[in-house]
Design a binder for this molecule. Structure first.
Ligand SMILES: C[S@@+](CC[C@H](N)C(=O)[O-])C[C@H]1O[C@@H](n2cnc3c(N)ncnc32)[C@H](O)[C@@H]1O
Length: 402
């Protein structure tokens, strides 16, 4: 139950949020400026703002912000007490924008439900600390994906406790990272080996790069490029904290010249995208992304893939990932790119996956890049659905240079 002080603080934050100044940015800025607030109060403000955007489609814009926030909190409580209290048709009409229907083959009711729940918090523990960190943090449970498919994720844990993980000694000493399970599955899809040379072409702040380095046991080299110099600076700090040194960070904006003449064993294009797969964690984004953004991003994604393709060694592996679920940015990009690059052959997304385990739900979908198959080991593109993983939605495709 939120206090009236929380409601007022949340209302002040809401007044500052705009499409250009999104909820996450405003919350970070405002809460950093309010060091006097107790951690529980900070969490309550963040949650109140998130709940507001989750239920925005139900709210009456004519009433005060405080009344709208109270109405959103009430809807959340009702939904948590009985998830069937909100009809699937209402969720389809109000939890997501109308334009989405034209961009998805189906909008699963279970996905819509998952959008209205609090997201799970996932961590990736470095190989060397996989025994000690979960014990030290407490409240950790191992990833459940392995109970669906025989795909080992020994480093992924869900954190269920109340602590601010950024403040823990284990985090500050780089023994684990906060990384969504779906993002960790992108690292598994890359499947890099020690001693190889990789290019993380949209490395950003380095979430996936740190995972690749750990999988490579810090042996070999990773080129990390991004158009944002600021993000690469953050990547360098994170890498130092995690004792990752086998990388080279270079600015690259997706232009026709790759940053190096090196030919790679593997390239990851973790492309900028509309982020529909993160709408549970970032509900404000449901109301700011537009179909025009999706079209523009699909063109950027295709261009990035076109421009890295020539840098693969024969036999090299190309992995494309986007944390979105729109047709244009997933199967649309993949179909166009595959047709234009006969030198690349679609390859299994999870080469290390074993056969599906017997109780596997027939939900993980291939959206047409290869025949739909329940066998994860042969899929050449995969949609990871939030409602299956309790994590972000992600689309991953892979190719091998002939
Ligand atoms: C999904 S984020 C990458 C996240 C990162 N791989 C991680 O795991 O932390 C996409 C990145 O693409 C970068 N980007 C956007 N447009 C680009 C372009 N035209 N060329 C290169 N990078 C671009 C953004 O700056 C952003 O860091």
């Amino acid at each position: 139950m939120s206090s009236s002080a929380t409601l007022n603080r949340a209302a002040r934050v809401l007044a500052l949020i705009t499409p250009r100044d999104p909820a996450g940015t405003v919350l970070r800025r405002e809460l950093t400026a309010r060091r006097d607030l107790a951690p529980a109060e900070r969490r309550a403000i963040v949650r109140t703002v998130m709940v507001y955007f989750r239920w925005l489609g139900w709210l009456d814009s004519a009433v005060s912000a405080q009344r709208r926030i109270a109405a959103a909190l009430e809807l959340q409580t009702r939904f948590e007490a009985s998830p069937t209290a909100i009809k699937p048709e209402a969720l389809a009409a109000r939890a997501v924008p109308g334009w989405l229907a034209a961009e998805m083959e189906t909008i699963p009711a279970a996905w819509l439900k998952s959008l209205q729940c609090d997201p799970a918090l996932w961590i990736r523990v470095r190989r060397a600390f996989v025994e000690s960190v979960p014990r030290e943090l407490g409240d950790c449970s191992a990833a459940s994906w392995t109970s669906t498919f025989d795909l080992r994720l020994p480093n992924a844990f869900r954190y269920n406790g109340p602590r601010d993980l950024f403040l823990t000694e284990a985090f500050q000493q780089g023994r684990f990272e906060i990384q969504d399970l779906a993002s960790q599955l992108v690292g598994c899809a890359c499947d890099p080996h020690p001693g190889e040379t990789w290019w993380d072409a949209c490395a950003g702040e380095g979430g996936k790069l740190l995972h690749l380095a750990d999988l490579m046991q810090n042996k070999g080299l990773i080129w990390a490029s991004d158009r944002s110099a600021r993000r690469l600076q953050i990547l360098k700090k994170r890498a130092a904290r995690a004792s990752v040194f086998n990388f080279r960070a270079v600015p690259w904006n997706g232009g026709p010249q790759p940053p190096t003449k090196t030919r790679f064993d593997g390239i990851l294009v973790d492309a900028p995208c509309s982020g529909v797969g993160t709408w549970q964690r970032h509900p404000h984004a449901r109301w700011t992304v537009s179909p025009a953004d999706v079209r523009e991003l699909a063109a950027v994604q295709r261009q990035l893939l076109d421009r890295v393709a020539g840098s693969l060694k024969p036999g090299g592996r190309l992995v494309y990932s986007v944390c979105t679920l729109t047709r244009s940015e997933t199967t649309g990009v993949v179909a166009g790119f595959s047709a234009a690059h006969p030198e690349l052959q679609p390859a299994a997304v999870f080469p290390a996956a074993g056969r599906p385990l017997p109780e596997m739900p027939a939900q993980t979908q291939n959206q047409g890049h290869a025949p739909a198959s329940p066998d994860l080991a042969v899929l050449t593109s995969v949609t990871l659905w939030p409602q299956q993983l309790n994590a972000n939605g992600m689309f991953i495709a892979a190719w091998k240079r002939r």
